[in-house]
Write a protein of this length. Structure first.
Length: 406
């Protein structure tokens, strides 16, 4: 049995039995796809040599160009045959590796099965789960998704908001990388930040959720939010063209908050500070996808962060709570203690009038990119995703409850 150790999130390509097996994403977000690689057969018969005519000599000298099939979309977003491995490496049996990082690609046991069918199974024990912390209580209106398990600190990996029926995933307390050193000027310099644990919506707020909330506001005869700019699209699409104020009021009505830029970026990049939610490799989409394209939430399993959050690289751009500044990280690093900034929440007052931070990008998939938009005149592609901050001190402990953890 061949053992493959995962190095980072992304994709791997594996040739077995004349097939190219490709998987994408972190945490099994995509199903393996197989393509048959044609193999040229050598002829066993011996043919007598033929005299070459003048015409054949001309054909050899000026070979006819074969027509290449037209490819739709950007070439860099397509599959390619490579002679290197991005995210996995072959290891010897005696090598030192964690058992929960190993998988095996094997043929099924039943008879009559050829090399076009594979089983991909974990060859080590499953990742250990913690037990619920009885001292930790979720705010009213939220409930644990028990089947998703619990962290080693005793927090539920996933929770459900009973107001808008959204599912939220845990981003645990700890340090992460913010910004970049070699990139856009407004996204540097890179620094390390410690943040408390929080939950973030798995998907953007959909039109179905936004329409339901707006109907409730109309029934209460309070301040009526404006309809989404794409209100005529299907219900499972993200609600777009929403003002900052309406996004903030939606979050508050559901008992949530808008994310800080640092929270949004950690949820997208993970603790290691990847370039993209899936790692540092190229995107692998099952259908053509372009930056700025809007689809139903969760359409692309490859656009999934290490914590299980979808559509942070693509789909809607999203409001953050922060005031926008062209160089906020310069101020952040002055607050570092032993090289780590703790719980920084962005500029304390308006830097550019009416400008709030927006995360997500229209031209590329990099999730460290940032921009600002007028909070009163929302662009057509800006939506909202909410977070739930945890005031309970036990939620932020870094000491696992199990003795064998590290």
């Amino acid at each position: 049995m061949m053992r493959i150790r995962k190095v980072c999130c992304g994709a791997f390509h594996l040739f077995v039995g004349g097939l190219l097996l490709t998987t994408a994403g972190c945490g099994g977000g995509s199903e393996p796809q197989a393509q048959r690689v044609p193999v040229k057969q050598k002829s066993s018969s011996v043919q007598a040599p033929k005299l070459k005519s003048a015409g054949s000599r001309l054909k050899k000298r000026f070979p006819k160009k074969s027509k290449q099939p037209e490819i739709e979309g950007k070439p860099e977003d397509m599959f390619e045959v490579v002679d290197y491995v991005h995210n996995f490496e072959i290891q010897k049996p005696e090598s030192d590796s964690r058992s929960d990082d190993l998988i095996a690609v094997v043929l099924p046991a039943q008879k009559g099965v050829d090399s076009s069918t594979f089983l991909i199974t974990a060859s080590g024990k499953q990742k250990e789960q913690g037990e619920p912390d009885s001292s930790f209580k979720l705010p009213e209106g939220f409930s644990a998704v028990d089947e998703a398990g619990y962290s080693l600190q005793g927090l539920p990996h996933r929770i459900r908001c009973e107001r808008d029926y959204s599912e939220m995933v845990l981003v645990p307390a700890g340090v992460s990388v913010q910004g970049v050193n070699n990139g856009d000027k407004n996204a540097g310099p890179q620094f390390t930040i410690y943040q408390n644990a929080f939950y973030i919506d798995v998907h953007e707020v959909t039109l179905e959720q936004y329409r339901r909330w707006r109907s409730e506001m109309i029934a209460q005869k309070g301040k009526i939010p404006k309809p989404a700019g794409n209100d005529l699209q299907p219900a499972e699409f993200p609600a777009l063209g929403i003002s900052y104020t309406d996004a903030l009021n939606y979050a508050r009505t559901m008992g949530k908050q808008l994310p800080l830029e640092t929270q949004w970026e950690k949820a997208a990049r993970g603790e290691m500070g990847f370039q993209y939610p899936w790692g540092n490799g190229r995107p692998l989409w099952q259908i053509v996808r372009k930056p700025g394209q809007i689809d139903a939430v969760g359409t692309f399993p490859g656009d999934k962060s290490p914590y299980g959050v979808f559509d942070l690289a693509g789909n809607a751009r999203e409001w953050c709570e922060d005031w926008y500044s062209n160089n906020p990280y310069q101020a952040a690093i002055t607050l570092a203690d032993a090289g780590v900034v703790r719980d920084w929440s962005g500029p304390k007052r308006s830097v550019i009038p009416s400008m709030r931070a927006v995360r997500g990008n229209q031209q590329a998939w990099n999730v460290w990119k940032r921009s600002g938009e007028n909070m009163r005149r929302p662009p057509a592609d800006v939506g909202v995703r909410c977070v739930l901050n945890l005031p309970n001190a036990s939620a932020d402990t870094e000491t696992p409850k199990t003795p064998d953890s590290f």
